[in-house]
Design a protein around this ligand. Sequence first.
Ligand SMILES: Nc1ncnc2c1ncn2[C@@H]1O[C@H](COP(=O)(O)OP(=O)(O)OP(=O)(O)O)[C@@H](O)[C@H]1O
Ligand SMILES: CC(C)(CO)[C@@H](O)C(=O)NCCC(=O)O
Ligand SMILES: [K+]
Length: 249
Amino acid sequence: MKTNKMNPLYLDIGNSFLKLAARNGSDWQILFDGKHDRIDEMISYLASKGDKGKIILSSVRQDISEKLRAELSDRNFIEYRSSHIPSNRLDYKTPQTLGLDRFLVCLAAWIESDERNVIVIDAGSACTVDLMTTKGVFRGGIIMPGLQIIKSSMRDHLPELPKAPESIPEEWPGKSTVECIEWGVNGGFLLAVQGFIERYRSMVEDPVIYITGGNAVQIMNWMSEEASLNYRKYLIWEGLEQFEKIIRE
Ligand SMILES: Nc1ncnc2c1ncn2[C@@H]1O[C@H](COP(=O)(O)OP(=O)(O)OP(=O)(O)O)[C@@H](O)[C@H]1O
Ligand SMILES: CC(C)(CO)[C@@H](O)C(=O)NCCC(=O)O
Ligand SMILES: [K+]
């Protein structure tokens, strides 16, 4: 990809993945996506780039962002933290412990919806289902284990049971071991997400629902059409891009 010289790079240091992206017109290009143990690869990639534009990052792991800064001391890093969120945009009892990613995906969805009430499902390593209301205030939500965590804990703690397929049975209730596991794992996850959406629907007017994260497509396949979810793969990047304007307010 040919990027403008001053085009910033955006980096998301999550709980298990490092993801680097750049804007590509109205779209985004993912330049690196790998587990934390591949950090040296990402550092070599960044070091090899002639373009020395700024790197805007959000990190849940301070040790990793410090390592990056130390090894790429010639690069201009701008690190955003939840402490940069203006307090009038937060309705959260512990702003100091809020994950910035949750705010960012809500911010991007809220802007895209033309400042309506938005519910954002971020189905990644953890799954969050959060609310941002019309004035752009983050109202909180839920944090639950992501699908992969649920599946691996079944495997670790109930090793005699077979692995759950990626589906939910047509028939209720489950009539075989596999069907019962499908219901309990995938169906349980889906019902939880749907239940949270229902609770939000009864508290705010006409929310627009967005979904993002590594398991988003899977969840959409399980949901009915009427759920009218808006899948946005790049919400986190859009949120990072918009965040600068918010903190200047
Ligand atoms: N192509 C894919 N790449 C990565 N993960 C995928 C992919 N397809 C599905 N997944 C699932 O998505 C999950 C990771 O989601 P995602 O990449 O959104 O994580 P994340 O929450 O951003 O992680 P982190 O907390 O490290 O940022 C994995 O557990 C995996 O089950
Ligand atoms: C919940 C996750 C793991 C989702 O990525 C992240 O936003 C996080 O570490 N949050 C901290 C806890 C909180 O948001 O209150
Ligand atoms: K994430």
